[in-house]
Design a protein around this ligand. Structure first.
Ligand code: ADP
Ligand code: MG
Length: 812
């Protein structure tokens, strides 16, 4: 049984069996002619973020299926109930492991591609679970993202959350579309979406609920699966997509109410078709070969098609008992059917098996072309922390027992989550390294990073909104000023025109009057009287002409004053406009400053992520080294040295038996990991084995000039002299004398040793010594103390260290 301890379920599996071929390698053999175009190395995407998923890809070990597990945080009710979830399940995200406790003394450990704790942000979940799939869809492959878990554990939260009230909460569907829209060009590419529900082996269109028995059609040539009966809506912006999701969700709710069921009993399926026209490779080739331009233009555009399917699966709770919960046997059977058929398919994919049994259910038939050789599948298993059904389902732990190398498990976790998953059961889990500081540090950093990511996302959104608001406001102001300016100009123009017309009219009238007068003057002169009358007439017309001129002058003056005033008004409007422009520019510089701040923050975040990645890799390296050492130790049958330093001392001990540079490195590592103080404190340990190990380590450290001062400062010299005084063990005497000899190379230390009665102690040690090697060490120490060159054991560093390392506790 899978749950029995040890590793009886392992079935001969070894870790590598999980690592199937890279689906996106250049050598992969895509099916259709469109897809068969090999991806250029630049076309091979890398996740732009430092996601762990991407890191793993880079290491070259992905499968066609990646399985992640995500724990939902406790809700208020669960917090009140004080469910001790940690007692049953322990997540070890840094090791990508989940530990399932069976009882007080026994637990099983499973390995996943990703382990996402309750602190994992939606953004990180997207990047780890979905982003690689979305990127491959953009490259023209099919991909599937599914969520599996008991009702209430967060499937819909993970996949379908719209996140309008809190941007950081956006789920995988919304984020995937954002990434797709950002990558395609709407002039040449197209995105279309169907949204469906699968209930009791019947497919219903969530965008048009009347459409409720949609057949699946499979192209016998290409193997492509399609649903010609389903609505296919073209998407051109994010807003309309979110609207479409909201509409689908509302229809799903209404349809389920009508069928008298719950949405948790049906699968919701979102299909996103991405068609991209690809330019470049072919036309570039033809032009290189010198073919004419016509050839190039006649060549049909290449279309690259990718399909992303996101499936929010029906709840995985024990459906065989569902009759008692008001569900029909038929419904239970159909849910069982599709989930177990899906299980078989994913199992086959994970094993890289040639045959994937898709025929068994509609769900798997629908996903057939997304299970192909080049497709990527991500499964996220959601688990909840509530202990409600603990006792009830203990007997149903096994689900669809399989004799394959992959473990399909259904397990009851804290009573709530019956989860099947492909997981690698890790045998003989070592207790090593469980107290690592790195572990809690890394976990702490992960939590902190996730919080920062959410906060950063919120801030970025707020910042973008603010920029948009400022820009709109500035634009409004500018257009208002422009409008005012234009109105004022128009008014002035009209006024001028009116005045001008009036002046013209007056002048014309004047002209007519004048002409009339002059016409009168032309009458022939007949008499003296007439003459005098003419003279007086001329006089009066002269006066009126002068008056007229002065009147005209006045009018002209008035006109020029008016013009001046208008010009001043125009100038003041112009300066107002300039002022608006200036304030707009200062707004822009503010925006630039804010952008810069945002960039700095992003850099900071990147740095943090980098540090975490380094910590991760250090942790993994140390963990694997420890595993290795333990395994070697187990083989050697040792294990005498007790205490939490045992593995490290064992490591040193092992390497003592294998001469080479490794010993120095491991002592240095020990020094680094355990700390000098801790090593020195072990010189006074009750356990003589430990004492011997410690004095050897100190002697080795003392052989390095750089360590000598630190040892003396930390009281190591005094401890060594104490050992000479108090110990009766000759190995300790020999090694301590050697260490003192090394420390005595330095003049300051010589005085210290003398001052603490070192010469006397060394003499007594020599007097009691039986082993000539001890005598040699003592002699060396005394020689160094006396500065007596001929007596010195040269080179004492090497000799001494070889001597300590060469001796072994067991050969005392
Ligand atoms: P499912 O679809 O599996 O039935 P839901 O997605 O509806 O579960 O989640 C159940 C409840 O738990 C919802 O109220 C949801 O908001 C909440 N929830 C689920 N996952 C999380 C999470 N990671 N963080 C916060 N709340 C969550
Ligand atoms: Mg749901």
């Amino acid at each position: 049984m899978a749950t029995s301890g040890g590793g009886s379920y392992r079935n001969g599996t070894h870790r590598n069996s999980l690592k199937v071929d890279r689906p996106f390698s250049m050598n992969s053999n895509p099916k259709t002619s469109v897809k068969s175009k090999p991806l250029s190395s630049s076309g091979l995407r890398r996740s732009s973020t430092g996601s762990i998923g991407a890191a793993k890809d880079d290491a070259g070990v992905p499968g066609r299926v990646r399985v992640a597990v995500r724990l939902r945080p406790r809700n208020t009710e669960e917090l009140v109930a004080d469910a001790d979830f940690a007692d049953c399940v322990e997540l070890q995200p840094e090791l990508k492991r989940l530990k399932l406790r069976k009882n007080n003394w026994d637990s099983d450990t499973y390995e996943f591609d990703e382990v996402l704790t309750e602190f994992a942000s939606q953004k990180r979940v997207y990047e780890v679970v979905a982003k690689p799939v979305v990127e491959s869809v953009l490259d023209g492959y099919n991909g599937t993202i599914m969520a599996y878990g008991q009702t209430g554990t967060g499937k819909t939260y993970t996949l379908g959350r719209l996140g309008e009230e809190d941007t950081a909460a956006r789920g995988i569907m919304v984020r995937a579309m954002e990434d797709i829209l950002a990558d395609v060009s709407l002039e040449t590419d197209s995105i279309s979406v169907s949204y469906l529900q699968l209930y009791m082996e019947t497919i219903q269109d969530l965008l048009d609920p009347a459409n409720d028995n949609i057949p699946i059609v499979e192209d016998s040539k290409t193997g492509d699966v399609s649903l010609p009966g389903a609505n296919l809506v073209e998407i051109r912006d994010q807003k309309s997509f979110v609207e479409l999701l909201r509409l689908g969700e509302a229809h799903r709710f209404a349809a389920n109410t009508k069928l008298n069921t719950e949405s948790s009993r049906s699968h919701a399926i979102l299909m996103v078709h991405v068609k991209r026209s690809v330019k470049g490779k072919h036309s570039a080739l033809s032009s290189e070969k010198g073919s004419n331009l016509h050839m190039k233009t006649l060549r049909p555009a290449i279309v690259r098609k990718g399909k992303l399917v996101v499936v929010d699966l029906a709840g995985s709770e024990r459906i065989d008992k569902s009759g008692s919960e008001g569900h029909t046997l038929e419904e239970a059977k159909s849910i069982n059917l599709s989930l177990s058929a899906l299980g078989k398919c994913i199992n086959a994919l994970a094993e890289n098996s040639v045959h994937v049994p898709v025929r068994d259910s509609k769900l798997t038939r629908l996903l057939k072309d997304s299970f192909g050789g080049t497709a990527r599948t991500s499964l996220v298993i959601t688990i909840g922390p509530s202990p409600r059904h603990r006792g009830e389902t203990a007997s149903t732990i096994m689900f669809g027992q399989r004799t394959t190398s992959i473990f399909w498990m259904m397990f009851l976790c804290a009573g709530t989550s019956i989860v099947w998953f492909r997981a690698m059961k890790v045998e003989n889990m070592l207790k090593l390294k469980e107290e690592f500081d790195y572990k809690s540090l890394s976990r702490g950093l992960d939590i902190q990073l996730d919080k920062l990511i959410s906060e950063h996302e919120r801030q970025q959104k707020a910042f973008e909104n603010e920029i948009e608001r400022i820009t709109t406001e500035a634009q409004n102001r500018i257009s208002e000023v422009e409008r005012n300016y234009e109105d004022a100009l128009e008014e002035e123009r009209v006024k001028y025109q009116r005045d001008y017309m009036e002046s013209i009219k007056k002048l014309e009238e004047q002209l007519v009057k004048n002409q009339q007068k002059h016409g009168f003057e032309k009458v022939p002169v007949r008499s003296e009287d007439d003459c005098s009358a003419l003279t007086s007439n001329t006089e009066s017309s002269k006066i009126s002409a002068v008056e007229e001129v002065s009147e005209l002058k006045k009018l002209l003056q008035k006109e020029s004053l008016l013009r001046k005033a208008a010009e001043e008004e125009v100038n003041s409007l112009k300066s107002q406009l300039a002022q608006w422009k200036r304030s707009e520019a200062s707004g822009n510089s503010e925006i630039i400053k804010l952008r810069k701040m945002l960039e700095d923050e992003a850099l900071q975040k990147e740095k943090l992520e980098g540090e975490i990645a380094i910590l991760h890799s250090q942790l993994l390296q140390i963990s694997s080294e420890a595993d290795e050492t333990r395994r070697r130790l187990d083989r050697g049958g040792s294990g005498k040295v007790p205490g939490d330093l045992d593995s490290l001392f064992s490591q040193v001990k092992l390497q003592q038996q294998e001469p080479g540079n490794g010993e120095k490195a491991s002592v240095a590592k020990l020094f680094e990991q355990v700390g000098l103080q801790k090593i020195l404190s072990l010189l006074e340990s009750e356990d003589s084995d430990l004492r011997i190990h410690a004095v050897k380590v100190v002697a080795n450290l003392a052989a390095e000039e750089t360590n000598q001062e630190k040892i003396v400062e930390a009281g190591g010299l005094t401890s060594l002299l104490m050992l000479l005084r108090s110990s009766e063990n000759e190995t300790i005497h020999r090694v301590a004398a050697g260490a003192i000899a090394n420390l005595a190379m330095n003049e300051t230390n010589q005085e210290l040793i003398m001052g603490q009665g070192g010469i006397g102690l060394l003499s007594i040690t020599a007097a009691n010594a039986e082993d000539p090697q001890t005598l040699r060490m003592v002699a060396g120490a005394i020689a160094n103390l006396c500065g007596n060159v001929p007596l010195k054991l040269m080179p004492i560093n090497q000799q001494a260290s070889i001597c300590y390392l060469g001796s072994n506790v067991d050969d005392e």
